[in-house]
Design a binder for this molecule. Structure first.
Ligand code: DAH
Length: 338
């Protein structure tokens, strides 16, 4: 009998050991919360394997009951602790450190912005729009005829040197170029419309020249043209004064001086007072009678004024930018400041 009882005790204690091995390996492979819960039911639950073992102790001798009972209760404690640890580990692996920290401030959405040249062009054209000028645009690839001839700049005229030209290679014609200024649109607008005319023309221009802090081979201009009966130099001055007040503030001083451009007579340039220095910001003048006639207008009936300016130069002044090349080098450290 003792033999049998000994065997039974040994069997029961081995069962405790079996349960332990089975529980540990099953716990390692339990990943999901459902798997962990069914593990808990199987090993620690009220109808689980440990409970069943403890219930069976009644059939043992009192001495054996103590030994097996103590071993089973120890195992329960161990399994409960392992289970807690496993739960904690699976929680932290489901939410890795740093994935969601709801206390962090939100990320601002990245947004683009208008290029500083575009912003300046819009401000300039809007000032003129409010004075009754309409915005129009023209081709950057232009004909010699509009860029030069119709503007009173004949082929042999020394003034052509002022506009070092990038010519377009073409099999069929040799009079195609990248416009060197926006002035050709004066001729195009007059050719296509009868007076009265009031337009501003923003757009890109190109010149074959080496670049430095104040020169680019490619830049923008804003051209202006007003033609009607009875337009005088006083209209030119009044319009450009008002423009300067809008862009540079009401107390800004302005100065006109004589200058030469083949398509105006008289021609002037306008400077503004910038910390005690006169800085030239545009060229202007009364439209040359020949330019009116080239476009088919009667120059004894109509007069007009024209002007042209560089928005990058105006932006450089206002924003204290010292190198015009910043505008076109696409450096975000520059662009994001606007
Ligand atoms: N087209 C000239 C330039 O590129 C600027 C200019 C001067 C335009 C006088 C005008 C003007 O309309 O009247 O330098």
């Amino acid at each position: 009998m003792t033999e049998v009882q000994d065997n039974e005790v040994t069997d029961s204690i081995e069962s405790v050991e079996d349960i332990k091995l089975a529980a540990i390996s099953a716990l390692e492979t339990s990943e999901t919360s459902e798997q962990l819960e069914s593990w808990r039911v199987e090993f620690l639950g009220r109808k689980g394997r440990l409970t069943a073992l403890l219930r069976g102790l009644g059939s043992l001798e009192i001495e054996d009951r103590k030994v097996v009972g103590a071993a089973a209760n120890r195992l329960r404690g161990e399994l409960e602790q392992l289970f807690e640890e496993r739960i904690t580990r699976s929680k932290s692996s489901q939410a890795p450190v740093g994935s969601i920290d709801i206390t962090l401030p939100g990320r601002k959405p990245a947004h683009g912005g208008l290029h500083p040249s575009t912003q300046m062009i819009r401000e300039i054209t809007q000032a003129f729009n409010e004075m009754g000028f309409q915005t129009v645009e023209g081709p950057e690839v232009e004909l010699e005829k509009y860029n030069f001839d119709m503007l009173n700049i004949p082929a042999d005229h020394p003034a052509r040197d002022q506009w070092d030209t990038i010519w377009i290679d073409s099999e069929t014609r040799s009079d195609v170029l990248l416009r060197t200024h926006t002035s050709p649109m004066q001729a195009r607008v007059m050719e296509a419309n009868d007076p009265p005319i009031r337009v501003v023309v923003p757009g890109k221009c190109y010149r074959y020249e080496s670049t430095d802090a104040t020169h680019e081979w490619h830049f923008n201009q804003v051209e202006g043209l007003a033609v009607d009966e009875g337009i005088t130099f006083a209209d030119l001055k009044g319009t450009l004064y008002e423009f300067a007040r809008r862009i540079f503030g009401p107390s800004r001083k302005v100065r006109f001086r004589c200058d030469f451009f083949p398509f105006v007579e008289p021609g002037v340039d306008m400077s503004i007072d910038w910390n005690g220095r006169w800085i030239e910001i545009l060229g202007a003048g009364m439209v040359h009678p020949k330019v009116l006639e080239n476009a088919g207008y009667d120059s004894s009936k109509y007069t007009g004024f024209a002007f042209g300016m560089g928005p990058e130069r105006i932006s450089m002044l206002r924003n204290e930018i010292t190198d015009i090349r910043h505008f076109f080098s696409n450096d975000l450290r520059f662009l994001t400041q606007f």
